[in-house]
Design a protein around this ligand. Structure first.
Ligand SMILES: Cc1cc2nc3c(=O)[nH]c(=O)nc-3n(C[C@H](O)[C@H](O)[C@H](O)COP(=O)(O)OP(=O)(O)OC[C@H]3O[C@@H](n4cnc5c(N)ncnc54)[C@H](O)[C@@H]3O)c2cc1C
Length: 527
């Protein structure tokens, strides 16, 4: 069991890396995933997303520490624990972020991360089945398409935005990001196109690629300062001379694994009784995430996806259309529409993102809400608050401590407050208002800024985009160099969302895949 490359975690980044690094038959690659294969049909039927929140065996199901600015609530943080990682449980929205994001990355991590370079990578990875123009790619492994059908309420949301002078945007990854519109999704023929479908399935037959599932890596083993193997429960997987261990466990697990392996803040590791191989204070630091608040309303009609006996005939038709033709309501990614706006005109890019759901959504879908409703999410795309990942215990099977520290920066609450007001205004525009019986959240009694702020503190949740906990950078304090190589040791990289020097103004799946492709090219000498 010796390999040139041992990749830990088969998520958005890990599946892509396994594909690229095993393209040379002489290179032996092992991809190790803690979760099971992605066989559950609820993963592949897009609307199954609603059921995935209940399938705890496919998610790490983390909880944060009590959040001081959010009334000491612990927030639920799902992360995929299955082949495909979080791309197997996410909402399938295809979003690259704003060019300005990557100008910022280039300042932090050098020109390989600037927009012209990453734009060409996004295009090369893409097989856009719906938009064929200079902004998009065809023939790549990642299928992107329009929704096969959108709920009329999602279209009403777009119209409502338009009525408030937010222009309709037919392509958030095109010439401009601002505006309101329907999202494009990582789906092929009405089915989820996760990282495993895009990158792993086509190459599973390669004799030089070994994929292990239901195997959790407990730590990296070093010889001197060089990574030589990874420890599983009952055996080790070794790296051949000159090879590498690559951590692609995501923004929570990769820094946790580094710390368990002796790389992290020295005092913290000693406190945990762990030997310190490399004192790296920034491991687990710089945690950034998109905090989100919703407006919800009960409908006067049955346009939405409802939980009600009257929805049953529609559900039967939807199941039939999905099974027969890969079409119908069960191809919905639930978060069908959305958009980007600036809370004030001085911003150099949109700093608020909407996600519109033609249904009630409570507690991430974990508690069912009867009836027909709508949910409009809004999140702060450029938060200044930073949190951390640290160890709760030296036991590798114990969850890490997640302290997002939301709203700890004084600039963040006002932005979310602006967002909540804009979201509310959109739900009150005529195109949506005619469907609505009454606002249920924040609710008509909540009107003043102080009340709305209290509402945010009481209800805000993650929209699932943690990044930055193994920040890459040109500066020596960064955890990795701009190629993901962990500073202070040899033969060890991190390649996943934890590398991001800062959040992108958008969802994080495609940017994580772009990171993996960019670094794979550097490793293969094809940059
Ligand atoms: C509910 C939800 C909805 C989302 N919606 C969207 C969306 O619509 N659009 C979008 O762009 N982004 C979305 N995201 C975010 C996006 O999916 C993630 O940012 C992205 O998938 C992160 O990729 P990654 O490779 O860093 O980590 P992941 O994809 O999470 O992969 C990490 C993998 O490593 C495995 N692993 C971890 N530790 C170990 C270990 N010790 N040993 C072995 N294996 C290990 C995990 O089980 C997992 O499979 C969503 C995320 C969630 C959770």
């Amino acid at each position: 069991m010796s390999f040139h490359y041992v990749i830990v975690g088969a998520g958005s980044a890990g599946c892509l890396l396994a594909n690229r690094l095993s393209s040379d038959p002489a290179i032996r690659v092992c991809l190790i995933e803690a979760g099971p294969p992605d066989r559950n049909p609820m993963i592949h039927m897009p609307f199954g997303l609603a059921a995935l929140a209940h399938m705890r065996w496919l998610s790490w199901g983390y909880e944060t520490d009590p959040e001081p600015q959010l009334r000491n609530r612990r927030l639920w943080w799902p992360r995929g624990r299955v082949l495909g990682g979080s791309s197997s449980i996410n909402a399938m929205i295809y979003m690259r972020g704003h060019p300005q994001d990557y100008h910022d990355w280039a300042r932090a991590a050098g020109p390989d991360w600037d927009w012209p370079q990453v734009r060409s990578i996004f295009k090369s990875l893409e097989d856009n089945r719906s938009i064929k123009d200079d902004h998009h790619g065809q023939g790549g492994p990642l299928t992107v398409s329009d929704l096969t059908q959108a709920n009329p309420l999602s279209r009403a949301f777009v119209e409502a935005g338009h009525q408030l002078n937010h222009p309709e945007n037919p392509d958030f990854n095109g010439a401009v990001q601002d505006g309101i519109g329907l999202f494009q999704v990582t789906q092929r023929d009405g089915r989820r196109w996760n990282a495993a479908s895009a990158f792993l399935a086509p190459v599973r037959h390669r004799p030089n690629l070994t994929v292990l599932t239901k195997e959790q890596v407990l730590r990296v083993i070093f010889q001197g300062r060089r990574a030589k193997a990874v420890q599983l429960r009952d055996r080790t997987i070794e790296v051949l001379d000159g090879g590498e261990v690559i951590l692609s466990g995501g923004a929570i697990n990769s820094p946790q694994l580094l710390m368990l392996s002796g790389i992290g803040p020295g005092a913290h590791l000693r406190h945990m009784g762990l030997p310190v191989l490399q004192d790296a204070p920034e491991v687990g630091a710089n945690l950034a995430d998109h905090l989100d608040i919703t407006v919800q309303a009960a409908l006067a009609d049955r346009t939405a996806i409802g939980i009600a006996p009257s929805f049953l005939p529609r559900a039967v038709r939807a199941a039939w259309a999905y099974l027969r033709r890969g079409q119908g309501e069960f191809t919905s990614n639930v978060a069908e529409a959305g958009g980007f706006v600036r809370s004030d005109s001085s911003r150099d890019r949109p700093n608020l993102q909407f996600h519109f759901i033609p249904a009630f959504l409570h507690d991430h879908g974990r508690s069912l809400s009867w009836g027909y409703g709508l949910t409009l999410h809004v999140c702060d795309l450029m938060p200044k608050s930073r949190g951390s990942i640290s160890l709760a215990s030296p036991d590798p099977m114990a969850a890490a401590r997640i302290s997002p520290n939301y709203l700890s920066h004084p600039d963040d609450l006002p932005v979310l407050l602006d967002g909540l007001k804009i979201a509310r205004a959109i739900t009150r525009a005529p195109a949506l208002a005619r469907h609505i019986a009454r606002e249920t959240l924040p609710g008509p009694a909540v009107t003043t800024d102080a009340q709305l702020e209290a509402d945010i503190r009481a209800r805000a949740e993650t929209i699932y985009h943690p990044v930055g906990t193994c920040r890459m950078g040109l500066d020596p304090a960064s955890v990795t160099d701009p190629q993901g190589r962990v500073r202070g040791v040899e033969g060890l990289r991190v390649v996943d969302a934890s590398l991001m020097p800062q959040l992108v103004a958008g969802n994080t799946n495609a940017p994580t895949m772009m990171i993996a492709e960019n670094i794979a090219r550097m490793m293969l000498g094809r940059a």
